[in-house]
Design a protein around this ligand. Structure first.
Ligand code: ASP
Ligand code: MG
Length: 444
C-alpha cells in the first residue's frame, strides 16, 4: 500500500489537480491519498483569524478563497454539485468568523476549511479520472491532544481508528493537517503539517511507501536558489534526512520522518509536475554514504552566552540554566560549553511556532546567577552526511576551506550525520556556495 500526499501547489489549480489525479491513477497501490489545502488558502485563513482585521481585508481574503476554488470547480464535470458543496462550506466559514476571536478552539476549525474544501473538490477530480475514492474525514482518525494550533498526535488512538475506518482494496481521500481531540474539537498539527499527517497515516496503516508529491524534484543537496549547482539527492538515509529537515531543508515538515522511521515506511519525495523523475528516496540504509551529502542554511540565529565562575568545578550549573529555559518554554538547538561558560542557540523552528523569545524576564532570571550576552545576525550552516564523527580527513580540508571566515561556534560529535557551525549572516551564503562546490560538486 502506498500513501500519497499532495501538497498545496499540487492541488492549487485544475491543471495541478488533474496531474495529481493521473499520478494516483497510474498505480493501483496508491490507496490512501492525503492532500493539503489549495495553495494560498491556509495563509488566507490565518490572515482571516487575525483579531484586528478590518472588514475590507476580510472581504478581500474571502474573495480570494472563493475565486481560487471556483476557478477549479468551473472546470469540473460536476460543476453544479461542487458549487453547492463549496458554498455549504463557504457559508459555514463566514458564520464561523464571528466566533474566531472567542477561543483558541475556533481557529483550528477555521484553518480546517482549507483541507475540507480541497478534498471535496479533489474527490470529484479523481472520479473524472476513473478513481472512485471514498472521502474520509481525517478527524475520525487523526486523534490529537487539545493543543490547538500545534497538537500532538495520539498514536495508539490513530492506529485503532485507522483499523476501524481504512480497509484494503478501497481508495481513500482525506485531509492532511487536521484532526480532532477526544472531545471532538477540530485540531491542527501546525503549519505545513500535512506531511506529518500523511506519515502518521502511513505508519497507522502499515504502508510500504509514503509519497510526498510537491513542486520540487526531491530533496536537494542545498537550496538551489543559493547554489544553482545543487541537485536532487537520489537516495538518503532516514538519519541524514531527519537532520536535514530539522536544519533548514524546507521540503519536508521536520516531524514527518519520525512516524516513517517507526513504521519502517520508505519515503519518496517527488514533483507532481514531473512524475517520471524519481525524486528522492529516503530509506533506512542508503547504499552510498558520502561524508558530506547536503548542506543546509538557517538564518536568523540567536546565540546566548552564559558565563559564570560558579560553573568552575561545580555540578548542577547546566541543570540550573536549562531549568530556566525550560520554564519559559525555550527550545535549545546547539550547545557548546567551556569551563566557565555555555553558548547555545535557540531552536527557531520550534520557538517561531510558539512565539517564544528571549524576553527580559528570561534574561533577568539568568542574570541572577550568571553573566549573559545575546548575539544576533548569525546564520547556522549544517553539513549533513555519514560517519562524520569518525571521518578522519574531514576536519583538515573543512577548516582550511573556512580559513578566512570567523566561525562563532561549532557543534560536532553528537551526531554522526551532522556537523554545524555559526557564522555571520552576511557571509553565510558565500560559505554555503564555496563548501558545496568543494565537497559536493555538480552531481552526476
Ligand atoms: N495547509 C496547511 C498549511 O498550509 C498544511 C500543509 O499544507 O501542510 O500549513
Ligand atoms: Mg506543505
Amino acid at each position: 500500500m502506498i500513501v500519497s500526499k499532495f501538497g498545496g501547489t499540487s492541488v492549487g489549480t485544475f491543471e495541478a489537480m488533474q496531474r495529481s489525479a493521473q499520478i494516483v491513477a497510474a498505480d493501483k497501490n496508491r490507496q490512501l491519498i492525503v492532500i493539503s489545502a489549495t495553495s494560498g488558502t491556509t495563509n488566507d485563513l490565518v490572515a482571516l483569524s487575525a483579531s484586528n482585521i478590518d472588514s475590507t481585508t476580510r472581504e478581500e481574503l474571502l474573495g480570494n478563497i472563493e475565486q481560487r476554488h471556483l476557478a477549479i470547480i468551473e472546470r469540473c464535470e460536476e460543476e453544479e454539485k461542487l458549487k453547492d458543496s463549496f458554498y455549504t462550506e463557504f457559508s459555514k466559514l463566514r458564520e464561523h468568523l464571528d466566533f474566531v476571536g472567542r477561543d483558541k478552539r475556533w481557529k483550528d476549525r477555521l484553518y480546517a476549511f482549507g483541507e475540507m474544501m480541497s478534498t471535496k473538490i479533489f474527490v470529484e477530480v479523481l472520479k473524472q479520472n476513473g478513481i472512485d475514492a471514498e472521502w474520509l474525514d481525517a478527524r475520525e482518525i487523526m486523534k490529537m491532544d487539545s493543543t490547538f494550533g500545534n497538537a500532538e498526535p495520539m498514536l495508539k488512538s490513530i492506529k485503532a481508528k485507522a483499523k476501524e475506518h481504512i480497509h484494503k482494496g478501497t481508495t481513500y481521500l482525506t485531509q492532511g493537517f487536521v484532526g480532532s481531540d477526544i472531545f471532538g474539537n477540530t485540531t491542527t498539527l501546525g503549519r505545513g503539517g500535512s506531511d506529518f499527517s500523511a506519515a502518521l497515516f502511513a505508519e497507522a496503516v502499515g504502508a510500504d511507501t509514503l509519497e510526498i508529491w510537491t513542486d520540487v524534484a526531491g530533496v536537494y543537496t542545498t537550496d538551489p536558489r543559493i547554489v544553482p549547482e545543487a541537485f536532487p539527492i537520489h537516495e538518503i538515509s532516514f538519519d541524514e534526512a531527519a537532520e536535514l529537515s530539522v536544519f533548514g531543508g524546507k521540503v519536508l515538515h521536520p516531524a514527518t520522518l519520525k512516524p516513517a522511521i517507526r513504521g519502517g515506511v520508505n519515503v519518496r519525495v517527488a514533483s507532481s509536475s514531473d512524475p517520471e523523475n524519481p525524486g528522492t528516496f529516503i530509506v533506512k540504509e542508503s547504499e552510498e554514504k558520502p561524508a558530506i551529502r547536503a548542506i543546509s542554511l538557517r538564518k536568523d540565529q540567536t546565540l546566548l552566552t552564559v558565563n559564570s565562575l560558579q560553573m568552575l568545578h561545580q555540578h548542577g550549573f547546566l541543570a540550573q540554566l536549562f531549568r530556566v529555559l525550560a520554564e519559559h518554554k525555550i527550545s535549545v538547538d546547539l550547545v557548546s560549553t567551556s569551563e566557565v561558560s555555555v553558548a547555545l542557540t535557540l531552536d527557531t523552528a520550534v520557538n517561531a511556532a510558539n512565539k517564544v523569545e528571549l524576553t527580559d524576564d528570561v534574561l533577568d532570571e539568568l542574570r541572577e546567577f550568571a553573566e549573559v550576552s545575546v548575539e544576533e545576525n548569525l546564520a547556522l550552516i549544517a553539513l549533513i552526511g555519514n560517519d562524520m564523527q569518525k571521518t578522519s580527513g574531514l576536519g583538515g580540508p573543512l577548516f582550511s576551506a573556512l580559513e578566512q571566515y570567523n566561525i562563532r561556534l561549532i557543534c560536532h560529535g553528537a551526531s554522526s550525520n551532522n556537523l554545524c557551525f555559526l557564522v555571520d549572516h552576511k557571509e553565510a551564503e558565500g560559505i554555503v556556495k564555496m563548501l558545496h562546490h568543494k565537497f559536493i560538486g555538480k552531481g552526476s
